[in-house]
Design a protein around this ligand. Structure first.
Ligand SMILES: *Cc1c(COP(=O)(O)O)cnc(C)c1O
Length: 330
């Protein structure tokens, strides 16, 4: 069976690097949403706790329940109405709906226009928070182009500073402010109480190259095992359909991973390589054939290359990794 290895020391290295940038481990929250970006929620939560992280962010209450009691704060991005965890509030409607005495993080739109209340709804929101006796544990925003090489981020940071001041002036509570995700933390100095770190903790960054190399270390390897090997000659084909032609005598092995495991389906029409070995023919549901004799291959050996090949980003590839695969911490 294909399996996953999670490298503990690489993860700790990344957490250490990010903690130092943020000014201490208490100033980072690990983003463990979507099964910890495909790495495995329980496994990554256990490691983060061991490192000393006290704040975690997950997608929903199902994920929060899986790591209950492991962190001082568990923030749910899309909470159910009666959630016992810290709840992200994305709109005035949701604020009206939330149960009395809940603990919330109010999201305020500072320019991304995706989620959060508008700046001019702050007074209204604080009034509702007061009336419903909610604990305003946090106030947050999200940046739309922290990855890109332009000044957009700084325009949004200015908006955010204005928002923070307005909330501080008007609120009777002292919430924790947070806005930075991985990219902002890597390129700019933290201006809040903590940063929400996702992709960088797993060892990747989608920041423009010109921001430099940060030396992050990938945590996950996805290993597929060799099922069979054969020697094929020209005019023979590998796999489904009329693709996967062999040009001359070549040794081809088939490995036990495919799009059923969350790996991308490839149509076999263009050339691509995994760990420098050529993929031959189409990617099937449970298998992939390569020009190789190795007993196992690491599908994520060059994730950057892979994401370019599929016209996507590292997040997208990682998060699709099947939750059914066995995960081993090394
Ligand atoms: C996913 C997410 C993050 C983490 O972003 P990275 O780029 O992976 O660090 C931070 N904040 C919010 C609101 C998110 O949804």
């Amino acid at each position: 069976m294909a399996y996953i290895t999670l490298n503990r020391s690489n993860y700790f290295y990344n957490l250490d690097l990010l903690s130092k940038r943020a000014g201490g481990v208490e100033k980072i929250a690990v983003v463990l949403k979507d099964n910890a970006y495909g790495h495995g929620l329980k496994e990554m939560a256990t490691l983060a706790k061991e490192f000393g992280v006290t704040k975690a962010i997950v997608k929903d209450d199902i994920e929060a329940d899986m790591i209950d009691n492991m962190f001082e704060m568990i923030l749910v991005l899309f909470p159910k109405k009666e959630s016992k965890y810290s709840q992200t509030i994305n709109s005035i409607e949701q604020l009206k709906d939330v149960a009395e005495y809940s603990t919330i993080h109010l999201k305020i739109d500072s320019g991304m226009h995706r989620n959060g209340i508008d700046e001019d709804q702050i007074e209204k929101a604080l009034e509702l928070i007061e009336n419903k006796k909610l604990t305003l544990e946090g106030v947050m925003t999200h940046f739309r182009s922290a990855d890109d090489l332009n000044s957009d981020l700084f325009w949004q940071i200015e908006n955010w500073k204005r928002i923070k001041k307005r909330v501080s002036d008007l609120s009777s509570q002292s919430p924790l402010f947070h806005s930075f995700a991985s990219s902002s933390l890597l390129r700019s100095e933290l201006i809040d109480d903590f940063a929400r770190c996702g992709i960088a903790t797993y060892g990747y960054s989608e920041l423009d190259r010109s921001f430099g190399e940060f030396g992050l270390r990938p945590v996950m390897k996805l290993w597929a095992k060799r099922i069979s090997t054969r020697e094929l000659d020209s005019y023979q084909r590998v796999g489904y359909g009329r693709v996967g032609n062999i040009d001359k005598k070549r040794v081809i092995s088939t490995y036990d991973i495919g799009y059923g495991d969350g790996f991308f389906r490839h149509d076999g029409l263009s050339e691509f390589k995994i760990d420098e070995k050529r993929v031959v023919g189409r990617v099937s549901m449970d298998s992939i054939s390569l020009e190789s004799k190795d007993d196992k291959i690491d599908l994520y050996a060059d994730l950057k290359d892979l994401s370019k090949r599929f016209n996507t980003i590292s997040y997208d590839i990682l998060v699709k990794t099947s939750h059914r695969l066995n995960r081993i911490i090394i």
